[in-house]
Design a protein. Structure first.
Length: 240
């Protein structure tokens, strides 16, 4: 009887074990990562410089909203920048390729467009972008003063309207669109809704599908008498 009860208990326990199964679910824990100072990733152009400074191109468009003006500024894909928003006399304190890089890309773009009478606005956006991206206030102030005092000569230069596909750096790329009159693609007061707009997949400059022209296949047909003509003595080329 005891053996029977023990056997029954084992069977019952086995049955319960099969009915109540547990599954361990591992939830990935992502450690907080400090945002990069370069978003999107600028790609250095091989053996291309501007006044001794290295040139970079963007691998994707770079959207930014200025909280002071509500201007939504989108730097397009393949735009060429040298991060040189800071004149040479300010670069001893501020590294253009350092923490100010993201703000410098935006500033370069606004200077490239060169909207008349808006240079002060561009400089102000540069300063606020540096603060937003974590540049210490004293460094941001130095960089702002440097471009505000000495940046007039680099505003609206025609040669800065340049785009390069990093996969074909030796090919001169045509601009993807005519130069706009203003640096803002839209205005969103206090940047409300900007994050949701970007997360929705919105693009300021929709990319056109690349169509590759493929020539039609060449079909060679031979006539029935071709083989016969080839065997005739006068059809052969003379060799001297």
């Amino acid at each position: 009887m005891l053996k029977f009860i023990s056997l029954s208990a084992l069977l019952l326990a086995a049955g319960c074990a099969t009915e109540k199964t547990t599954e361990t679910v591992y939830v990935p824990v992502v450690a907080p990562v400090t945002p990069s100072s370069l978003t999107p990733l600028p790609i250095m152009l091989f053996n291309q410089t501007k006044q001794g400074r290295k040139l970079f191109t963007l691998n994707a468009e770079f959207p930014y909203c200025d909280p002071g003006t509500g201007m939504v500024i989108v730097v397009p894909k393949w735009y060429v920048t040298d991060f040189a928003s800071v004149p040479w006399y300010g670069q001893s304190v501020i590294d253009p390729q350092g923490p100010t890089a993201r703000a410098a890309i935006i500033h370069d773009w606004l200077y490239t467009i060169g909207e008349p009478g808006k240079r002060d606005v561009a400089d102000g956006i540069f300063y606020r972008a540096m603060i937003k991206y974590g540049v210490p206030e004293y460094q941001a102030r130095i960089a702002y003063n440097a471009v505000h005092i000495g940046g007039q000569a680099g505003y609206g230069l025609a040669g800065d309207w340049q785009f390069t596909d990093p996969a074909h750096q030796d090919v001169k790329q045509l601009p993807p669109f005519p130069k706009p009159r203003t640096g803002a693609v839209r205005v969103m007061p206090k940047c409300q809704g900007f994050t949701e707009l970007i997360q929705s997949g919105w693009r300021a400059y929709p990319e056109k599908p690349v169509s590759i022209a493929v020539p039609p296949p060449v079909v060679v047909t031979e006539k029935p008498l071709d083989d016969v003509l080839k065997k005739l003595p006068w059809s052969k080329k003379k060799t001297d």
